[in-house]
Design a binder for this molecule. Structure first.
Ligand SMILES: O=C(O)CCC(=O)C(=O)O
Length: 248
């Protein structure tokens, strides 16, 4: 599934995109799980009767640690494409570092500003891989991702706080000036964009009429990773690969 050209592009540009590598029935199961999480979040908020909480849930960027809330996701994080990416870019031993379901509904889905994943959590060792997976088609119109080729060679940039507003999700924004080389990464359901945690990326608003953009975003790292800031273990620390073999 991952060939020499993909590897070269990953090391030179900081990312590559696979062919369609996930079967329709597995994509449908994950899409249903993502919709369930989103719906449950909105229903919980509605139960509080607080209009702000409802708005926040409807516009929530992502749900994390999905593997703890969904047996389907716990299985999905061990998909062969992810294990192969771990073997190629991490080594024979790898853990799930973090995983998120990022559902962008039409109209409510906002911009997520330029950032490096390592800009959120700087780890030791530093670089890990992000496997941004199109669970449904992801494109310019429905809020797909963009990457900045070669930015993985720039080290960890300074990031500043981004306050949420009607156009932009809250979070961190990388401080840099020139995104003129940015590339949109349009994907069919079942394709995976695999990039370094140092690669700058962002996603636009969902301006489509009725296309829900569903991105599932598992990330993988070596076992025993620690957070630089605290010196403490960080992330999901869920073993997926040992001696090159899948851990169940
Ligand atoms: O799903 C998106 O829109 C972007 C997700 C992302 O960049 C991230 O989680 O780091």
């Amino acid at each position: 599934m991952i060939n020499e050209k993909d590897k070269t592009q990953f090391y030179e540009l900081g990312y590559f995109v696979t062919d369609v590598v996930l079967e329709p029935n597995r994509l449908q199961s994950m899409a249903d799980e993502m919709d369930r999480l989103y719906r449950e979040g909105v229903e919980e908020a509605k139960a509080t009767g607080d209009p702000e909480a409802i708005l926040a849930a409807e516009g929530r960027r992502a749900y994390g640690q999905v593997h703890n809330r969904s047996q389907i996701a716990a299985e999905f994080v061990r998909s062969e494409i992810y294990l192969e990416a771990c073997r190629v870019f991490i080594g024979p031993d790898a853990d799930l570092y973090w995983n998120q379901a990022a559902t962008k509904p039409p109209k409510l889905g906002k911009t997520f500003s330029w950032h490096q994943d390592s800009g959120y959590t700087e780890t030791i060792p530093l670089a890990y891989i992000t496997c941004w997976t199109a669970i449904s088609d992801s494109n310019l119109e429905n809020g797909g991702i963009w990457v900045l080729p070669k930015s993985h060679t720039w080290g960890v940039l300074e990031h500043e706080n981004e306050e949420p507003n009607r156009q932009v999700y809250g979070g961190l924004r990388a401080k840099f000036s020139d995104d003129s080389g940015a590339v949109p990464v349009e994907m069919k359901a079942g394709q995976v964009a695999i990039f370094s945690s140092l690669t700058l990326h962002m996603s636009g608003p969902n301006t489509s009429r009725n296309s829900v953009r569903r991105g599932y975003v598992p990330q993988y790292h070596v076992p025993g990773v620690i957070l630089k800031r605290t010196g403490k273990p960080v992330g999901d620390q869920l073993p997926v690969l040992r001696n090159g073999r899948r851990v169940n």
